[in-house]
Design a protein around this ligand. Sequence first.
Ligand code: IMP
Length: 429
Amino acid sequence: MANVAVIGAQWGDEGKGKVVDWLASRADIVVRFQGGHNAGHTLVVGGETYKLSLLPSGVVRGKLGIIGNGVVLDPEALLSEIAKVTGQGLSVSPANLRIAENVPLILPLHPALDRAREAARGGDKIGTTGRGIGPAYEDKVGRRAIRLCDLAEPETLSKKLDELLLHHNSLLKGLGAPLFEKQPLFDQLLAWAPQLLPFSEAVWERLDAAKREGKRVLFEGAQAVMLDVDHGTYPFVTSSNTVAGNAAAGAGIGPDAIGMVLGIAKAYSTRVGSGPFPTELHDAIGQGLGDRGREFGTVTGRRRRCGWFDACMVRQGVKIGGVQGLALTKLDVLDGLAELKICTGYRIGGAVMHRLPAAMAAQAAAEPIYEVMEGWAGSTAGARSYAQLPAAAVKYVRRIEELVEAPVVLLSTSPDRDDTITLRDPFAG
Ligand code: IMP
């Protein structure tokens, strides 16, 4: 049976929630493999709205959810999310949620450092979610992270805390921020232990068994390719690899298990936080896209920057992310615009480029080269087949497919789960 990995193909917030929810309802297991509670999506199931940032979407659909080792896990955020969805009538227990025993934890000192650093950056800030994601990944790579399994070993925990505090308090002191004491942190960790350890296991074994049993696994990516720590608009990125290749390492399974890679792209572009955005619109059209698309961050509540579809960048994301098919979302937000623009390349200095270069100043200088397309007067909202779309909308989608070199396999025409044109079942492989 084929598996599916879903990743964002732009800067996040592409409307993954709706697509992931549909796929989760058809999967046996849903795995988060990177990111943390910086992610966020809204699921509407049976009239109830669930806002998730850490729990894999499958939990809402009655499937097994797995939080893989590639995630950074904030115990407080997880426990409060569990309490919230429990209050909405869902049951979350080790029967439907498993967490990799080797997942690194986010402790209160991580958001403190994240925010102190952002404040120190002033005008050059990255615009992080302030949730401690970056500092937690730094500790993992720096080999001083406290992992879920450490909660079962108070002596290990105590030693690791000493090392962690030496590192963090030195930095916090330098930044002029309040320092952390060991005892309250130690007590907090010990208090979390009985609440979290029942979920902890070697999830790689469960995934290996699932593979042998032919179960359908959905790997649920967070953020997006252009926020990937290696391949995105560095340093204005998140601190994990968001590409599908990381689904294997971040879950503990071989790359052959990833299956079909589905990239989610909005029919226009948005970005939260700072960083280059060549097709950004500062005019009434950009404002209109933001209003009609309700472009506010699920996690941060910040207004998203909006712009034209950047086919050059999405093509890059398709290649780097290993995207085999695209789910194009929010086409209806473009309804009624007289003309549309698609970016096909950049002018940087005197040169024309068909990729976004890696260097910071070059990225910032990238001027979009546009192809202008005819808009459509009719509505695409709620369309469930190509035949129901205005001809110019079909032409727009077809042009995107050509330019990004990937087929559109799903087309979403409203927030409603059923308003989707399905051209190919991703689980069919
Ligand atoms: P961090 O992940 O909190 O370190 O933030 C780094 C960058 O990634 C910032 O520009 C954030 O706005 C962005 N970011 C993080 N998570 C998301 C997300 O789920 N959607 C969109 N942007 C995100």
